[in-house]
Every structure is written in C-alpha cells, then in structure tokens.
Design a protein. Structure first.
Ligand code: PMP
Length: 357
C-alpha cells in the first residue's frame, strides 16, 4: 500500500497538555506529547496509518507479544534549530535498524513511507513539544508488537506499529561508575543481540540491578564464551581512548550497532584521529590503565549521547580514569555532534532530516 502523507487522518486532542510541561525540569521518559501514530498489520499488509491522541490501548490478555516476545523498538531524537525548524537526527538509520530487528524477530518489515511520513506528520502536529532548550530534545519511540490473540508459540499474523514521543532533558547527569560483568551474558553469537528486541532489555534488568546494589551505575557486558572481551553497556556502545587512539568493539551479531557509535567514529575520523574497531580484551584495558595509557572511556547512545565513564571496576580493581575536562577526543566529538544535531554547523554527512514549519 502506498501512503500519501496528506491522507494520514489525524484525530487531534481538543486541548493540548503542553502547558503542564516545564522545559527547565523535564524528567526522562515520563511526559508524553499529545499525539501518537498507530498502524496495524493484518491480512498480510499494512493498513491505513492514523494519528490519534496519546492514550491507552485496549489489548486482549492473549496478545501474543506479551507471552512470546515479538516486540521491537527504536529510539531517536529531534531538536529545534535557531529558526524553530525541527531536525530529526538520522531517522533513516533507525528505520533500517527497526527492519533488521523485525527480520530477526520474524515480524513484517515497515515500509519506509509509513515510517518517514508518519514521523513527519506526527512531529509537525506536536512541534510545540520539541524543546527549544539546550541539552533537551524530543525523544521518539517507534515500536512494533505482535497482536494476535492466540496462545501458542508461532509468529503472529497481526502486528501494530506505533510511534509516540516525549520531551526529554539530559539522561545521565554525572560521570558513570561501571563494572565488568563476570557472570551474566546479554547475548551470544547466533542470538538476537543485534536486534532492538524488548526481551534483550528484560533479561538485562537483574544483572544491572545486582551491579547497582554493589554501587555501580551500569555493567559492562563481556563476550558469552570467555568473558574476556568488552561488548557494550546498558543502552550504550563503549569506546576507549588508549594511547591516543579511539578504540571500540566491532559491530557484530552480539551488540546493538549504535547510530551514535557510527556518528562518533565518523566525526573522530573527520578530525584526523586514529579509529580502531576491533576486539578489546579486558586485560588490554587493565594493562593500558596500569601504564597510564587509558585516557578516556565513554558510552554512546541516543538517550545518553556521550556518557563519560569515571570508574571501571574489574576483578577487585577500581580503575579511576582521567578528569573529564582532560578528555580531548570525546569532548571535541561531543561538541561537534551537538552542533550538527541542532543545526549550528553544516551537515556534511547528511544526517539531519529537516522539517520546516
Ligand atoms: N546498545 C544498546 C543495547 C542500546 O539499547 C542502545 C540504544 N539504542 C545503544 C547500544 C546505542 O544505540 P544508538 O546510538 O543508536 O542509540
């Protein structure tokens, strides 16, 4: 089915809730904009998309996603530039990744026109919800889940694709203390670690909570076979500066291939830094730390953007890393990335999708 943007019917709220929003004090993920996009898949095709007031959905207790986990999502952000235009950051990359997740979870692909035109129309309608404040953004949550009311393990025939949005402030305020996870694993080769599938997050909650009880904000996942190599952390990819080089684990089937990760690597290369995508053994980090060569460590992700890591714990050793202000590469890249996202510099990589109001 081909969708004409002008034909996405919108049932609008009678009164916006925007006056409840305090731009200077936004709690992450708790306030939702006025509208959402909803599209159902049935009889083998996507039906007419609709925009409607953000609100509860009615579901059968037998809804297949709840029982068997066919549920995938994305996370992306939009900003406002100085003229008040809305700038979405790399939405086509989120679109592609959603369909990679869909394929892995045996779900139908979303057509590009539904995703992009649906987003554009939703953001035009809720433009007032895109915060103009520095450091804030409109977080966009596209997701798809299986809607058959049927008990039995098989792929659903019916699905729902929905997008809602929420204005957000900064994700992590302070530099993080993280610890290498010695026992639990997030994913293994042949698994679904590269998909943004809901179950990956559910299974990570217990290990993360145990690490928090030990005084760390997050854990660092290691490989499933040997617990020897660095994978990723929470909802972030991981990067280190070792002896002046930016190094990060390679994109593989066991980690989520972050869009922020790709943006950071691209900008660091543009700036002339040496970038290496390769396996990083924990022992290498410890050796570099002991030799005074572990200069920076940080996580990258849409929610956090660049989250500095102050401490890495491994096997009884707390590695205390250099002060944040001394971290040349991550600080330079963070500033450059922010300027691109908010339209303050030329977008040479064509990452920004502009919606002029
Ligand atoms: N890894 C995981 C497990 C994540 O959930 C995320 C957040 N989407 C990332 C890495 C970072 O990806 P991105 O930069 O695309 O947000």
């Amino acid at each position: 089915m081909s969708v004409d943007m002008l034909t996405i019917p919108a049932k609008c709220v009678s009164e916006s809730r925007i006056s409840e929003l305090d731009y200077n004090n936004i709690e992450f993920g708790k306030i939702f904009s006025d509208h959402m996009l909803v599209v159902d898949y049935k009889d083998g095709e996507w039906q007419q998309p609709q925009i409607m007031p953000y609100g509860n959905m009615s579901l059968s207790p037998a809804t297949s996603a709840i029982h068997y986990g066919q549920s995938i999502f994305e996370g992306m952000k939009a900003y406002k530039d100085a003229n008040g235009d809305i700038l979405m950051f790399r939405p086509l990359d989120n679109f592609k990744r959603l369909n990679i997740s869909a394929e892995r979870m045996c779900m139908p692909e979303i057509p590009e026109d539904i995703f992009m035109q649906g987003l554009e129309q939703l953001l035009r309608l809720d433009a007032a919800w895109v915060p103009p404040t520095d450091g804030c953004a409109l977080y966009i949550r596209p997701f798809m889940f299986a809607t058959d009311d049927f008990i039995g393990v098989r792929p659903s025939s019916n699905y729902r694709f929905t997008v809602f949005t929420c204005p957000v402030g900064a994700y992590y305020g302070m530099p993080l203390k993280v610890a290498v996870e010695p026992h639990y694993v997030r994913s293994a080769e042949g698994g679904a670690g590269y998909a943004k599938a809901a179950g990956n997050y559910g299974a990570a909650l217990l290990p993360a909570r145990k690490m928090q009880e030990r005084g760390y904000h997050q854990l660092i996942w290691t490989d499933a076979k040997e617990h020897k190599y660095i994978e990723e952390s929470g909802t972030m990819n991981l990067m280190f500066v070792i002896d002046g080089k930016l190094v990060t684990p390679p994109a593989s089937t066991t980690i989520l291939k972050g869009i922020t990760r790709d943006s950071v690597l691209t900008l660091a290369r543009d700036m002339g830094y040496t970038v290496e995508e390769r396996k990083i053994a924990i022992d290498e980090l410890v050796e570099a730390y002991k030799a005074g060569k572990l200069q920076e460590a940080f996580g990258t992700g849409t929610a956090a953007t660049i989250a500095q890591i102050a401490t890495i714990h491994y096997d009884g050793l707390d590695m205390e890393l250099p002060a944040i202000e001394d971290r040349e590469i991550s600080n330079r890249v963070a500033v450059a990335l922010d300027k691109i996202k908010t339209g303050k510099v030329e977008d040479i990589h064509n990452w920004v999708y502009r919606i002029s109001l």
